[in-house]
Design a protein around this ligand. Structure first.
Ligand code: NAP
Length: 246
């Protein structure tokens, strides 16, 4: 029987997650598209990929809530039979002075960007560890590596993902599960909406490859990490950033 791999992609309604869903589905994976607020975008993507003959499902879940995450992974296993790859992609950003951050700002940032990785990964491992096979890809950010001014809580959450990835890689190695992290540079998605034209120009000028990243650039990296070609790679932080951070 043909061995179709399954992937759960959190936050796949827009931006980087959407590009990943398209790439994985078009290359033959069964894809669970997770969304929270963008129902129309998720449904449009689902219908588009379905019409192309791809194997896709959608599932609404707020990944900062454990019960919703559990239902999402259980849905994947029920519909597709298993979970081979988990991509922890969903996230939010917020620009604010550190001195202005409220408890709510801090908690929301940590819950959506970091605690969700704990929830999704723990649930997926219930299936992966027993099979002694699985791949987990966490989406961090260059700001988690080098720190971003006015994005301290975002940077802290993204740095937390890097620490989680490294530590868990050591724990999961004997179970033949690879866990890696992608730390994108500046990528053209809705997340850049708060930047004005001049700020984007400066970011491009500071990038040796002289352009912003595309969601496709990050999807390509995730596709490689999910593949058998990356079987000896674990605990690594790969940063597609056009040379912005070297
Ligand atoms: P985006 O276009 O704003 O998309 C964010 C995605 O996350 C949406 O699909 C959104 O779904 C989902 N999401 C947010 N909160 C959620 C929740 N509570 N539960 C489920 N899904 C949720 O952002 P993006 O640029 O594609 O970002 C994707 C990832 O890359 C994020 O982790 C981000 O931090 C990281 N990243 C982005 C950049 C960049 O420059 N764009 C750079 C470095 C890292 P709904 O709309 O359906 O709620």
């Amino acid at each position: 029987m043909h061995d179709i791999k399954t992937v759960v992609i959190t936050g796949a309604s827009r931006g980087i997650g959407k590009a990943m869903a398209q790439m994985f589905a078009q290359k033959g994976y069964s894809v669970l598209i997770n969304f929270n607020k963008s129902e129309k975008e998720a449904k449009d993507l689902y219908h588009h990929l379905k019409n192309e003959g791809c194997s896709v499902k959608i599932f609404k879940a707020d990944i900062s809530k454990r019960n919703e995450v559990d239902s999402m992974i259980e849905f994947c296993v029920k519909e597709f039979g298993t979970i081979d790859v988990l991509i922890n992609n969903a996230g939010i950003s917020q620009e604010k002075l550190f001195t202005d951050l409220t408890d709510e700002d801090w908690d929301q940032m940590m819950n959506i960007n970091l605690k969700s990785v704990f929830y999704c990964t723990q649930k997926a491992l219930k299936y992966m560890i027993s099979k002694k096979k699985g791949k987990i890809i966490n989406i961090s950010s260059i700001w988690g590596m080098i720190g971003g001014s006015c994005e301290v809580h975002y940077s802290a959450a993204k740095a937390g993902i890097i620490g989680l990835t490294k530590a868990l890689a050591k724990e999961l190695g004997p179970s033949n599960i690879q866990i890696n992290c992608i730390a994108p540079g500046v990528i053209q998605t809705d997340m850049l909406n708060p930047y004005n034209e001049n700020e984007l120009k400066v970011l491009i000028e500071d990038t040796p490859l002289m352009r912003l990243g595309r969601p496709f650039d990050i999807a390509s990296c995730a596709y490689f990490l999910a593949s058998d070609h990356a079987d000896f790679i674990t605990g690594q932080i790969i940063s597609p950033n056009g040379g912005f951070v070297i």
